[in-house]
Design a protein around this ligand. Structure first.
Ligand SMILES: Nc1ncnc2c1ncn2[C@@H]1O[C@H](COP(=O)(O)OP(=O)(O)OP(=O)(O)O)[C@@H](O)[C@H]1O
Ligand SMILES: [Mg+2]
Length: 294
């Protein structure tokens, strides 16, 4: 298992919590999650206000070690704002975030970001760098030697089904949107982080590629024992890949639970409607088949 001080695929994962005993104590009461596993990501009363409007409102949730939490909710419900607060791309107006028991406000932002793999919603590749340089950004900062970087880049490009020989030296503008999105996933995985934040990583992909990459992502996360928050609009994706799903509505947490719990006991009409979507769509497709006798 990857943990503080353990070598993970050759890179040292240092102890995040060593320098903040005060915050460690504050979060300590909540550190064992519902499955008896340690809590790796925790938000307490997390709030982001823009003027009068709260983009994220008093959000408290925990993600256990090795767990994949899906963040689900309509456009503007605060999903991206939440992810960006976790790795300090946005500073909260109120509330706290802890990773591995340490308040993230006590960790240097660039240090925190190196330890967290982040897949941006709008891709965010560096336009003037090649694909290989983009994927290698973090491991280059970590001081890996060029031969090892090159091997890692090729391995990651193959993982996201891009041919390294063709893609390595291109720039992002020479790739399609879906291909760029896959480079974003490869880049986030480069340093084998313990924690990943993924903001609609497969949103721009055709359904077949999306399906394959979902499966390959699930394999990777088991291998690396990744803890992840995964944002999606896609109900089927949420149900199939999430250990638990957190539903946000207008910045507030409406319900959090396993896919089965949400399907069986939706907390309100909004969650019920969301959960009904895949079955409603399946019924419509079935009806189409019935209208067209073979
Ligand atoms: N810099 C900003 N200034 C003012 N309001 C903002 C700012 N950034 C985000 N918001 C607002 O905060 C709310 C939440 O935005 P956020 O990007 O988190 O939504 P989201 O759930 O990721 O939506 P989507 O599914 O469309 O990506 C929205 O109403 C948005 O307009
Ligand atoms: Mg968003």
């Amino acid at each position: 298992m990857i943990g503080p001080g353990v070598r993970a695929r050759g890179i040292r994962v240092s102890s995040i919590g060593a320098s903040a005993p005060r915050y460690r104590r504050r979060f300590a009461t909540l550190r064992i999650g519902c499955h008896g596993r340690a809590t790796l990501i925790e938000t307490v009363g997390l709030t982001k206000r823009y003027g009068e409007v709260a983009a994220v409102d008093d959000l408290s949730l925990r993600v256990d070690e090795g767990e994949l939490l899906v963040l689900l909710g309509g456009s503007g419900s605060g999903k991206t704002t939440t992810l960006k607060m976790v790795n300090r791309l946005i500073e909260p107006s109120a509330g706290r975030i802890a990773i591995d028991g340490q308040d993230t406000a006590t960790i240097e932002a660039h240090d925190l970001r190196r330890r967290i793999g982040y897949v941006f919603q709008r891709i965010g590749l560096f336009p003037h760098m090649t694909i290989a340089e983009n994927v290698a950004v973090t491991v280059t900062l970590l001081g890996w030697d060029p031969a090892r970087v090159r091997r890692r880049v090729d391995e990651l490009l193959e993982l996201v089904e891009l041919d390294p020989a063709i893609m390595r030296d291109r720039t992002p503008s020479e790739l399609s949107g879906g291909q760029q999105q896959r480079v974003g996933v490869a880049r986030a995985l480069a340093a084998s982080p313990r924690v990943m934040l993924l903001d609609e990583p497969f949103g721009a992909l055709d359904p077949l590629t999306r399906d394959r990459l979902q499966q390959s992502f699930l394999r990777i996360r088991r291998q690396l024992h990744l803890t992840a928050i995964f944002v999606t609009h896609d109900m089927v994706e949420a149900l199939l890949i999430g250990d638990r799903i957190a539903v946000l509505h207008e910045g507030r947490l409406v319900q959090i639970g396993t896919p089965r719990e949400l399907l069986r006991s939706p907390a309100d009409d909004y969650v019920r409607q969301l959960m009904d979507t895949p079955t409603r769509q399946a019924r419509l497709v079935e009806a189409l088949l019935e209208e067209r006798p073979a």
